[in-house]
Write a new protein. Structure first.
Length: 134
């Protein structure tokens, strides 16, 4: 996810979208570091974790719709939103399969941030007319 967000941030022309992608890339790097700690047999400290993770930006749509995003930006948003849905679902399954309560808490925290990423992308897409809620 970190690499995808970083690549998309470099490709995005809309400053709002670029900022969302860059912020999410930073958080995804922290997620990767946490998962690597778990894979190395360490249980990350949630208090440290929360202090190191930059807050996930909550997207507030502008009062007026500024510009129409390019098709490539719409495609990036659709792709990253689908990826966030998939990753969140994978964390959901994984959380249920861990015995260690502390690791379950860490993974739950990461899943919550993944859902916040999806929400920010969704709100951006909706504000730009890329996502029609039915």
């Amino acid at each position: 996810m970190h690499k995808k967000y970083t690549t998309y941030a470099q490709q995005a022309k809309d400053p709002q979208l670029k900022q969302i992608f860059m912020n999410h890339a930073q958080i995804e790097q922290q997620h990767l570091n946490t998962i690597n700690q778990i894979l190395n047999g360490q249980v990350p400290n949630m208090n440290q974790q929360q202090g190191q993770t930059p807050p996930s930006p909550s997207f507030t749509p502008p009062a007026t719709q500024a510009g129409i995003p390019s098709q490539s930006e719409a495609d990036m948003c659709k792709d990253i939103l689908a990826t966030e849905k998939y990753v969140s679902g994978t964390y959901d399954t994984t959380i249920f399969e861990f015995r260690d309560h502390n690791i379950r808490q860490v993974l739950n925290h990461i899943q919550k941030e993944e859902q916040e990423h999806g929400e920010a992308i969704f709100k951006y897409m909706e504000s730009k007319g890329m996502y029609q809620v039915q």
